[in-house]
Design a protein around this ligand. Structure first.
Ligand code: AMP
Ligand code: MG
Length: 319
């Protein structure tokens, strides 16, 4: 089949080298990860970071996550601690982001962290981005590859449609398996989850052997995951709705629902992991079909359901 997206490339030695050259020149590329697709640039370069903010129309007070291939590279930029290593050993590479203290001699450009003394770091688990990270001598600043406040992309086409020709190169790494953004945990003090994700509070609690706080109350941190409005498909969403006959799009969960054409099931098996993986795909599909309103049933608020409800609540927020 002909590739109608001229900026999407499959991954091979040639496109690997091209990607590295683009990044070295201070330009940005769209890359796959296991969570969602990212817009990547050199985290040491002021120009790259500026370009990321400009393309995403991202408010300048929202810091970016910096990506590494292993803790050995991250160690040069941030101060790692015991809790970090406990989680790293069990989960990484994987869908978790750690907020840690920035080293005084770190080369990460101050605009990445909006001049804060902390850096959010992640070790993505996707073979394409891992092979790129291993070949470059700088970390990648990389937020999700969508316009600010919009739904995150889970495949290369989503990225291309979002930025059109403004992003010259997007590497196709298939569909993002996890489908929602990483869990963000602040480890600079007592562990605190700033953004829920697939890695649940219980799982973290078990690994750390201690309690973990949730939420960013009393925190001065300002970051996109904490913005009230985010992950929005641009159509009004109504949460916790009981099933009723409507012509609007209805997002369901579990097997008891009918197969009406306006019903979109997150998981017939009531599997929250599957629901998370399908969430953004379904929101995009509903938008494509030009529905004007989205109703959604109540999603259990436990484990991965906490992350799904977090995204839905903010997708539904009008502000
Ligand atoms: P995104 O890359 O768009 O999926 O979102 C970045 C997320 O990283 C935000 O939701 C923040 O919670 C988090 N973040 C990035 N840098 C920091 C930081 N220095 N301190 C706290 N949170 C951060
Ligand atoms: Mg994002």
């Amino acid at each position: 089949m002909k590739n109608i997206y001229s900026n999407i490339f499959s991954f091979n030695n040639k496109t690997l080298n091209k990607t590295i050259n683009i990044l070295k020149k201070g330009n940005v590329v769209g890359l796959p990860t296991e969570t969602v697709y990212g817009l990547a640039g050199n985290a040491y370069s002021k120009e790259s970071v500026k370009m990321i903010y400009r393309l995403k129309k991202r408010p300048r007070f929202n810091p970016l996550i910096v990506h590494f291939s292993s803790y050995k590279e991250a160690e040069k930029e941030v101060i790692l601690n015991e809790n970090f290593f406990k989680l790293y050993k069990k989960i990484c590479p994987g869908p978790i982001t750690f907020v840690l203290k920035k080293r005084l001699n770190s080369k990460i450009h101050p605009s990445v962290t909006v001049n804060m003394k902390t850096v959010a770091i992640r070790f993505p688990n996707h073979k394409i981005i891992r092979s790129i990270l291993k070949k470059i001598d700088f970390p990648l600043a990389m937020p999700s590859a969508n316009l600010s406040t919009r739904v995150s992309p889970i495949n290369a086409e989503n990225v291309s449609e979002e930025f059109k020709k403004k992003v010259k190169m997007i590497i196709d790494g298939g569909k993002s398996k996890i489908g929602i953004e990483s869990t963000v945990i602040d480890l600079t003090n007592k562990p605190k989850i700033l953004r829920p994700g697939i890695i649940s509070p219980n799982q973290i609690k078990k690994i750390l052997g201690s309690n973990v706080k949730i939420g960013a109350q009393n925190s001065k941190l300002k970051s996109p995951g904490l913005l009230k409005k985010h992950y929005s498909p641009g159509i009004p969403i109504f949460l916790n709705k009981k099933l009723f006959d409507t012509n609007h799009a209805f997002i369901t969960f579990g097997k008891k629902h009918k197969n009406n054409s306006n019903y979109f099931n997150l998981s017939k098996k009531s599997n929250l992991k599957e629901a998370a993986a399908k969430l953004y795909e379904i929101l995009r599909k509903i938008k494509r079909l030009k529905y004007e309103k989205i109703y959604i049933v109540k999603i259990p608020n436990q484990e991965i359901g906490i992350a799904i409800n977090d995204r839905l609540k903010r997708a539904a927020n009008k502000k």
